[in-house]
Design a protein around this ligand. Structure first.
Ligand SMILES: Cc1cc2nc3c(=O)[nH]c(=O)nc-3n(C[C@H](O)[C@H](O)[C@H](O)COP(=O)(O)OP(=O)(O)OC[C@H]3O[C@@H](n4cnc5c(N)ncnc54)[C@H](O)[C@@H]3O)c2cc1C
Length: 479
């Protein structure tokens, strides 16, 4: 007879505390195994890059370090979830598989549908917990805000563990050696994964960094210290948003904390949008915008991707992102704006590039925000960020630009935003430097883009779509 077991299937919830999946397994009095599945198909399709995998792997090591004393481990597996569950089914009498609902793009959605069928056919309960107040299959946002606060105020689960005596006999689907080797490395420039590191950031944010949060939130240089930087820990679930909320709820009056908490709620709001309409990962949120045409100049696209546009702030951000995995909200918005509006490239050509670079990649926020900044939602005010103006406004002394573009290190603050204006006799730039002439005239491109998008916005089909979007995604238009 096969032994009865439960499985805890962790995904974007790589933590010990406030973990409903692990808590439920402990409550049932039968052995359980905790697994994480590296799925090659999902990795390929879902913008998952090496930096994400490294963050995931080192988060797992952090959890395992804690679980060691209970003789427990998250077991890392490699392959399709379907194959792996079949393997477990052939070895064990599985009672329940616990997991969190995943708000992902079509490949994870389809994977979950397939798993549901497999488990149903084998009489296994698939219990998926709601995450961060993001609800499945809702038709409008009635009561959503109130529910968010109520969920965030629920008790944080204090997970405890019993000693494990179960020996898992499933031996296939090990991580390939080369793959494992690449995961073991962790680049120094990225924030270090793990619960303790998340808590450290929250503490320093409360103690002093939040005091300059509002002032520096858009500044590329200073925001690195003044923003919370908690995003990758939330994205990969090293800490729950409920725990983060409760960490701060009594400090609302401290300057900066109120704004932080508002953004924490936005996080769930954007993921909820995506949960209700995951199709926005491959088509415009406002379907009418599918008829919008772009020049799609591949040379410009590549310059943008490589940080070789000749616009110092754009290039500095791209270099910084490649090396550290983080830039602030406004700089993210500016990169999208330059690509889609000024360079006239379809958002679909750039969305993957940034997803792969953001250490905190979260499909729910990423696609929604990318489309908002591209102007393809129809309902949001269109914001175009002129990279030269942003440079003067937010990197006044050029400290950020100089850090990321060594070639411009000697350029004075007067010319750092527009180095092509340096009088030839004063210039220290090489003759063929891209900073002698940027790849296009930004004011002409901006004017053209404004005319294009504003005339498109008044299109009847856009307006019809806007009504649908407002009804589904916003609380003000509940009928
Ligand atoms: C094009 C684009 C793509 C983005 N992609 C992602 C992404 O993949 N993952 C991601 O976590 N954030 C994304 N953001 C939102 C935002 O830029 C980051 O959450 C923020 O910069 C993270 O830094 P922080 O943790 O210091 O944020 P803080 O300002 O300290 O905010 C605290 C938390 O609130 C949430 N938050 C903050 N701003 C927003 C926002 N505008 N929308 C939704 N949630 C927000 C984040 O979880 C963040 O960690 C994107 C923004 C843009 C414009």
């Amino acid at each position: 007879m096969k032994n009865r077991i439960n499985l805890a299937w962790l995904k974007r919830d790589l933590r010990i505390f406030d973990n409903e999946v692990l808590h439920s397994c402990e409550q049932k009095k039968i052995p359980y195994q905790i697994i994480y599945i590296f799925e090659p198909e999902i990795i390929k399709k879902d913008n998952i890059s090496l930096r994400h995998l490294q963050f995931i792997y080192h988060s797992i090591l952090d959890v395992n370090n804690y679980l060691n004393k209970y003789n427990r481990q998250i077991k890392c597996l490699y392959g399709s979830a379907n194959t792996i569950f079949k393997e477990y089914i052939s070895h064990y009498n599985i009672q329940n598989i616990y997991s969190y609902q995943e708000t992902g793009i079509s490949c994870t959605y389809n994977r979950d549908k397939k798993i549901n069928i497999l488990l149903n056919n084998n009489n296994i309960n698939f219990i998926e917990f709601e995450k961060d107040c993001v609800q499945r299959a809702i038709r409008n946002r009635k009561g959503w805000d109130k529910r968010w606060y109520s969920k965030m105020n629920n008790k944080v689960i204090k997970n405890s563990f019993t000693n494990n005596t179960f020996i898992d006999s499933v031996e296939n689907n090990q991580l390939p050696q080369n793959f494992l080797k690449s995961l073991k490395i962790y680049p120094n420039n990225f924030l270090k994964p793990g619960y303790k590191n998340a808590i450290k950031l929250l503490k320093t944010f409360i103690e002093h960094r939040s005091l300059s949060y509002n002032k520096n939130i858009s500044k590329p240089y200073h925001s690195r210290k003044s923003c919370s930087r908690i995003s990758p820990y939330l994205s990969w679930g090293n800490i729950s948003s409920k725990e983060v909320y409760q960490f701060f709820r009594n400090y609302r009056k401290i300057k900066g904390i109120k704004g932080f908490l508002t953004r924490l709620k936005w996080r769930s709001h954007f993921i909820q949008k995506f949960e209700s309409e995951y199709q926005i990962s491959f088509r415009c949120a406002n379907k009418a915008f599918e008829n919008m045409t772009y020049t799609n100049d591949i040379d410009l696209l590549n310059k943008w991707k490589k940080g070789k546009t000749g616009f110092p702030l754009v290039d500095a951000n791209m270099h910084c992102l490649r090396v550290t995995g983080w830039i602030n909200f406004r700089m993210r918005a500016m990169l999208v704006s330059v690509l889609v509006h000024h360079f006239d490239c379809d958002w679909k050509l750039g969305v993957r590039h940034l997803a792969e670079l953001f250490l905190d990649y979260e499909p729910g926020i990423h696609y929604s925000q990318f489309q908002m900044q591209s102007g393809t939602t129809g309902i949001n005010t269109i914001r175009m960020y002129n990279p030269i103006k942003q440079s003067y406004d937010h990197d006044m002394d050029g400290k950020f630009i100089k850090k990321w573009i060594p070639e411009l290190k000697e350029v004075s603050a007067e010319y750092i935003h527009e180095p092509w204006k340096i009088p030839p006799l004063l210039s220290t730039l090489e003759k063929d430097s891209i900073y002698n002439s940027p790849c296009l005239d930004i004011s002409i491109a901006g004017k053209k883009a404004r005319n294009k998008i504003w005339s498109f916005k008044s299109n009847e089909e856009v307006k019809i779509e806007n009504k649908r979007i407002l009804q589904l995604h916003t609380r003000n238009s509940i009928i």
